[in-house]
Design a protein around this ligand. Structure first.
Ligand code: HEM
Length: 282
């Protein structure tokens, strides 16, 4: 959660603590976990804004093919998205100086002025990923997802087809412009780097300060003109050592790790991790 100070301090954007810890005593569950989203909270701005925008610029200059994928059918929605992003910034963060590059693809221009990664899904025979600028993928490859349906995108995710495919497609079909949603995903990884375009999911090792809790705050919102859906992803990363004194964090993390099915542990790179975490803490 970010905090905006009012009045004279309005320009300060601070992050008081790690904003989201989507763990609890119920342990691991594969769930949509969608919550209604106030449009004023669509995007988030924190103290890492300049650093993350600079990183995006750098990645776009040197690894454009890895972080951008667009199809012609996503162009109109991407232009609409750029307008929405600029209007949102103007309204909810008026103190920011925002200059999107004029000759860029609109989804890239939009992604360069916000911390979020941006994806546009367009309905043809099915909902398909039609444009995306994803600089901070958490161990997946954008090039393998462009043009794919939501089910195809999630093919590597254990249990997704059985438990989440039906509800997710149905939410996408019914999503109305005035009712966006958000959700959280988490994982434990051994690298704090935001840009991880790999399908390798290896288990954390090393000291506690080399293990990282990575949370994705995602949102879905329908655009009014094109009818396309925008999927945003904002990443938050902290070392486990940094979070270990947060009440119940370690206890709930262990419950999440140990309670997840073997296929999920394999997919996430968590095999043997709970045991190692216990040893590291002992
Ligand atoms: C709101 C509905 C959605 C739900 C409930 C959902 C759920 C999930 C879950 C549970 C995972 C496994 C990740 C983990 O546990 O670490 C996942 C991974 C992923 N999701 Fe989604 N997701 C949704 C929408 C989307 C959309 C619209 C995209 C479009 C780009 C997307 C792209 C991905 C990708 C690329 C992965 C990684 C897949 C891989 O490992 O190759 N998700 N999603």
């Amino acid at each position: 959660m970010f905090l905006r100070l009012r009045g004279a301090d309005e320009k300060k954007v601070v992050a008081p603590a790690f904003p989201y810890i989507p763990l609890d005593a119920r342990g691991w569950r594969l769930a949509m976990g969608l919550r209604p989203l106030e449009v004023s909270r669509w995007l988030e701005i924190d103290h890492l804004r300049s650093e993350q925008l600079a990183l995006k610029k750098e990645l776009l200059a040197h690894q454009r093919d890895v972080v951008v994928a667009t199809l012609p059918e996503g162009d109109a929605a991407s232009s609409e998205l750029l307008v929405e992003v600029l209007e949102w910034l103007c309204r909810y963060a008026p103190w920011l100086k925002v200059t999107p590059p004029p000759s860029e693809h609109p989804i890239v221009a939009a992604a360069l002025v916000v911390q979020e990664d941006l994806c546009v899904l367009v309905r043809s025979d099915d909902w398909r990923l039609a444009a995306a600028c994803v600089c901070f993928p958490s161990r997946w490859l954008l090039a393998t997802k462009i043009g794919r349906t939501i089910d195809e995108i999630h093919q590597p995710v254990p249990g997704y087809g059985e438990s989440l495919a039906g509800p997710t497609n149905s939410v996408f079909d019914r999503l109305s412009e005035d009712k966006p949603y958000w959700r959280l995903n988490w994982t434990l990884i051994d690298d704090a780097t935001l840009h991880q375009p790999t399908s390798e999911h290896r288990a954390p090792h090393g000291d506690l300060d080399q293990w990282f809790f990575r949370v994705e705050r995602q949102s879905i919102r329908r655009l009014s003109e094109s009818g396309a859906i925008v999927f945003t992803i904002h990443n938050y990363v902290a070392s486990v050592a940094e979070l270990r004194d947060t009440p119940e964090f370690i206890e709930h993390l262990l419950m999440g790790l140990e309670g997840s099915p073997p296929a999920t542990q394999e997919y996430k790179g968590w095999i043997g991790v709970a045991e190692r975490l216990r040893e590291a803490l002992a």
